[in-house]
Design a protein around this ligand. Structure first.
Ligand SMILES: [Zn+2]
Length: 214
């Protein structure tokens, strides 16, 4: 029996409509997912004492250190830093945490450009990781005056801002009440990128003056 042409056309139109609706739904879901990804996140410290070593291994493996390896504010922060693909700009007053400095070294080892701005007074302390960074070939610049370079922020690929009260120290991570906000808002990120570039330029070692001006 021949199917009337009008029914065939209706079938074709219905199929096309369904295809378009499915495609529209797909793009709507992706749009909503992107919106969700762009929402700010907040991490609160102190974090429980956990080990983040498995995150830093080149291949997934077991760590038998005896500490817990569960998710925490520290592991979330480490994961975020490890997500850098092109650049990691760190601008933090005190950098002494073994966990976060090891994370930065792993990022650098992957070929990501890492730049660090820190405070000259704090980097002179024995616990500072600045020496380790420099030995690994990471560029570090610091202030040259008596006031503090007191920022605590980092930029991942110039598009994700990590900022808050947290110094990258064991005391800050495991001891203090601290907050870290993760922001992807373009205007805010742009302002911090500009601040980082301005400090990077200001602390260029070729501009150091080692003797007081007369
Ligand atoms: Zn472990």
């Amino acid at each position: 029996m021949m199917v009337p042409a009008v029914l065939v056309w209706r079938g074709v139109v219905a199929l096309a409509g369904l295809t378009l609706a499915a495609e529209g739904l797909y793009y709507l879901m992706r749009y909503l997912e992107r919106l969700r990804e762009r929402r700010p996140r907040v991490l609160f410290f102190p974090a429980p004492v956990t080990c983040v070593r498995p995150l830093l291994l080149a291949a997934p493996g077991r760590c038998d250190c005896g500490l817990s390896h569960r998710e925490s504010a520290l592991s979330s922060l480490a994961r975020l830093l490890l997500s850098a693909r092109r650049s990691l700009d760190v601008c933090v007053f005190s950098i002494s945490s073994q966990e976060l400095s090891s994370t930065v070294l792993v990022v650098h080892g992957r070929g990501v450009r890492v730049r660090v701005v820190t405070d000259s007074d704090f980097m002179a302390l024995a616990c500072s990781q600045v020496g380790t960074f420099r030995k690994a070939g990471i560029e570090v610049r610091h202030d040259q005056d008596t006031s503090y370079m007191h920022h605590k922020f980092a930029l991942i690929d110039g598009s994700v801002l990590v900022t808050g009260s947290l110094n990258w120290s064991a005391q800050g991570i495991f001891g203090n009440k601290e907050n870290v906000i993760i922001i992807k808002n373009t205007d805010i990120v742009k302002a911090f990128v500009q601040e980082f570039e301005q400090l990077w330029n200001e602390y260029d070692p070729t501009k150091y003056s080692f003797s007081p001006q007369k």
